[in-house]
Design a protein around this ligand. Sequence first.
Ligand code: MN
Length: 262
Amino acid sequence: MSTYSRIAAAALIFLAAPAMRLAAAQAPDPVLAAAIEDLVAASRILADQGVVDAYGHVSIRHPHHPNRYLLSRSLAPARVTAVDIMEFDLDSNPIDRQGRNLFIERFIHGEVYKARPDVRAVVHSHSPAVIPFSITPVPLRPVLHTAAFLWPGVPVWEIRDTTLVTDLLVRNAQFGKALAVTLGDKPVALMRGHGNVVVGEDVQTAVARAVYTEVNARTLTIALGLNAPIDYISNEEGAFKDKHPSSETRAWDLWKEKAMNK
Ligand code: MN
């Protein structure tokens, strides 16, 4: 090969490399695509089940990069599609903003993922039935077997412990971190006068917990109105259920089919 040919061949490889890299980046990634599909379904399910309305959001820890998470651009959860899903680092900075509006309260997700390596999905909602348990001393305790996961207790986060007067939104990492501290190792924490944060080791679990936390709060409120002693799910029953978890697949499949066909 002449010197000229060698230079030409090298130049060709040099020129082709970026195109090859681009092709690799755009190659379908089935694991990431499945995570995005799950996240879209989770958004739609939470809206369809009445856990979120125009507000609220759900995220998944990135399946390949544990220091990132997937969350939609700022959008009502019922309207989320795959193209709306964005990547964030754990300081809640977008990896590629593309000029899009972001959820103000995305710091909830980043700070919980930082504090909880076991968590792979986070729901933030204004779950209406839980609010009374965030503004009174009445604790949210499990009364349904499907909400037995609440047995370790449901802490209430008070934003005034960090800053006295706010609009109650988790607008920065400082508030997000304080909320994550209140959550501790629990599955659910309430946010006074606002809503809750619900976590899970996968998105199906986090969604089922968010749904049954709402249902349990509704049921407990009715029971409290009967003014009679309440038989709560005991700590022993809760711990037993933790050791023998039931599959969330049946509920997920039903909820997804219903929510995605709207
Ligand atoms: Mn909120």
